[in-house]
Design a protein around this ligand. Sequence first.
Ligand code: PMP
Length: 462
Amino acid sequence: MNMITNHLPTAELQALDAAHHIHPFTTQDELAAKGARIITRASGVTLTDSEGCEILDAMAGLWCVNIGYGRDELAEVAARQMRELPFYNTFFQTTHVPAIALAARLAELAPADLNHVFFAGSGSEANDTNMRMVRTYWAQKGKPDKKIIISRKNAYHGSTMAGASLGGMTPMHEQGGLPIPDVHHIDQPHWYEEGGDMDREDFGLMRARELEKAILDLGEDRVAAFIAEPVQGAGGVVIPPDSYWPEIQRICDKYEILLIADEVICGFGRTGNWFGSQTFGIRPHIMTIAKGLSSGYAPIGGSIVCDEVAEVIGGCEFNHGYTYSGHPVAAAVALENLRILDEEGIIDTVRTETGPYLAEKWATLADHPLVGEARSVGLMGTLALTPDKAARAPFAGDKGDVGYICREFCFANNLVMRHVGDRMIIAPPLVITKAEIDTLVARARTALDLTLEKIKKDGLYE
Ligand code: PMP
């Protein structure tokens, strides 16, 4: 068998990695100088690296390993499916059992009349699908001018041309001539950073009403859809004010536009329900899914589509699809993952036990001198770092410098906690226990202490 060995010395693996492997979202030269940390295996919520260190993975890989690492059932299902039917396409009037079964199961799990699934290989691809699908929907209804998709600044919807255009990340738009035409961004409901003296709920309403203003300014006859994450994940776990989603829903109900909930992070239990839309009372026409769908064990994503949109699209040939749409191995793995999430009551535990427990423990970090805000929903949490809690002030230095220092202390102390600017974020596997949450919060506090000490010494605490 052609196996990649884990037994090369770390430095040799790092040198090979630096020589040949281009990493996503990375300054290659800096990483090459430093050497990437090499993860060799994992179990539950714990990663092991090539030096034998055990790391608590408070990011569930990349927000995806919802059932935790090391579940043999998924490996066995994958092996069985590879032997039986490793691949077949779904383009040419053919289908296969894993795609059928997964689509049917998703229709059962998804709320309301979201009964139809178009499969993709990732969240980015699924949002590309959504963009083409909503435009095709309106064209089929005799309204080809309804093309504009409204999204939000600081949203994340993927890294393909359409995904990154829908997203509202300025550094991504700066590379490659984005956004592509007919995508419009409104402001985000980020009260902590942008709310100033306003009451949190009033601010939520104000930001939601930007959608109505945009629809009126652009013209209802030109707007196809609004897309948003129930909770902005990569933007820093921006949990919207309670007033926000009901007002967005009111606006979407009033005007003739489609609502796309990007559930790539919030889906499959992250917020304590199967979908973030259920936690926030959102009634989307389309949901984007990926990540937790297979707990990251196989690459798969998709769009869950309501009856009306599916029916209209069904009237034409939708000239769109991916070789790996509904890949049988990935679909079989996803089905097994959904079975485990369901039968082990993992999502109920998040809603009733570990989510509330994390909320309580995470909130204790708000007493730390560096922390201006500590919030969580389900099993996703965020800390805002600040030199001045009362003013919710940013640091005087470059945004993200302090967050990066804190992240480095976390990593050095065997905790994966990510930074987005000067916010620290977590989204651990949904199987995390209360004892592991205690460890997570203790390590986070240590990292905050070390960060405070260092930035005071380096003159960055201002
Ligand atoms: N949408 C959201 C909300 C995401 O968080 C992500 C990935 N972080 C994506 C889409 C893109 O998914 P992928 O990386 O699988 O293409």
